[in-house]
Design a protein around this ligand. Structure first.
Ligand code: MN
Ligand code: MN
Length: 261
């Protein structure tokens, strides 16, 4: 159950309202990487989660994100408020000014409506935790950019708090994923096809406009990985390359530990 307490998680102070900046803040209110998306993603994953420990984690963080939504919404509202009466301010976001009376709406900074399509919920706990790690990283970088574009010290303080919590969540989701004891490449139950899984297709070749050529790195020179040169040009056929061996480089991964109950 939810209960609302009439106190913000972080007290918001704004010196001089900046309607243009208020519009940017909406990205974290009703945008793809915003607080409502985070709150809904984790809470719905939590409802679906059979692992009671991770369910607790997902509901804890999902609920905190709702408190962040309230903070960012309050902050955006303070910056947008002059639009209610000031024509010059209203020009920065006519939709908010005319349709919303200078209040926040569940839209992103471009005025696109929030959608549940933003949410990544697969019902596979480790896959969901990976999505959450990526979501936290995206939220962190959006907050960082907002801080960079902000002149108001009070707004900066609130954004710094919200940004910091995303790193706290990122660490919590990473630890939870780690606690499942699954190797990094073990996703789901069906193993990948041997040999094919270890092939690196060099599909972008030649000398580019900026003189760029092929590069090597651990992704294509790692142990057991073979590079297939220009497979499309060489008439490469996946089926013909299908393996007789059943061993893959993944076999050398650490043995899967059973998930903790
Ligand atoms: Mn947040
Ligand atoms: Mn977060």
């Amino acid at each position: 159950m939810y209960h609302h307490i009439k106190k913000l998680m972080f007290t918001v102070r704004v010196g001089t309202p900046d309607p243009r900046f208020g519009n940017m803040l909406l990205e974290q209110f009703g945008g793809a990487n915003g607080e409502l998306a985070a709150a809904m993603q984790y809470s719905i994953q939590g409802i679906n989660c059979d692992d009671m420990a991770c369910k607790d984690l997902l509901m804890d963080i999902g609920t905190e994100e709702l408190s962040h939504l309230e903070v960012i919404g309050t902050l955006a509202r303070m910056h947008l408020k002059p639009m209610k009466k000031d024509a010059e301010a209203a020009e920065h976001d006519p939709l908010i000014a005319i349709a919303g009376g200078g209040g926040v709406a569940l839209c992103n900074s471009m005025g696109n409506a929030w959608t549940s399509d933003y949410l990544k919920v697969t019902g596979e706990l480790d896959v969901d935790l990976r999505s959450n790690i990526a979501a936290e990283a995206r939220a962190k970088i959006v907050y960082e950019r907002l801080i960079d574009f902000c002149d108001d010290p009070g707004s900066k303080e609130a954004l710094q708090f919200l940004m910091t919590r995303e790193i706290t969540h990122l660490r919590a989701f990473m630890s939870a994923l780690d606690s499942l004891g699954k190797s990094a490449l073990s996703i789901g139950a069906i193993p990948p096809t041997p040999v094919i899984v270890d092939q690196y297709y060099n599909d972008s070749t030649g000398e580019g406009d900026q003189g760029e050529q092929d590069f090597t790195g651990p992704w294509n020179t790692g142990e057991g990985i073979s590079i297939i040169e220009s497979p499309a040009l060489a008439g490469f056929q996946v089926l013909k390359a299908t393996p007789k061996t059943s061993r893959t480089t993944l076999d050398t991964e650490k043995k899967q530990k059973p998930a903790k109950k």
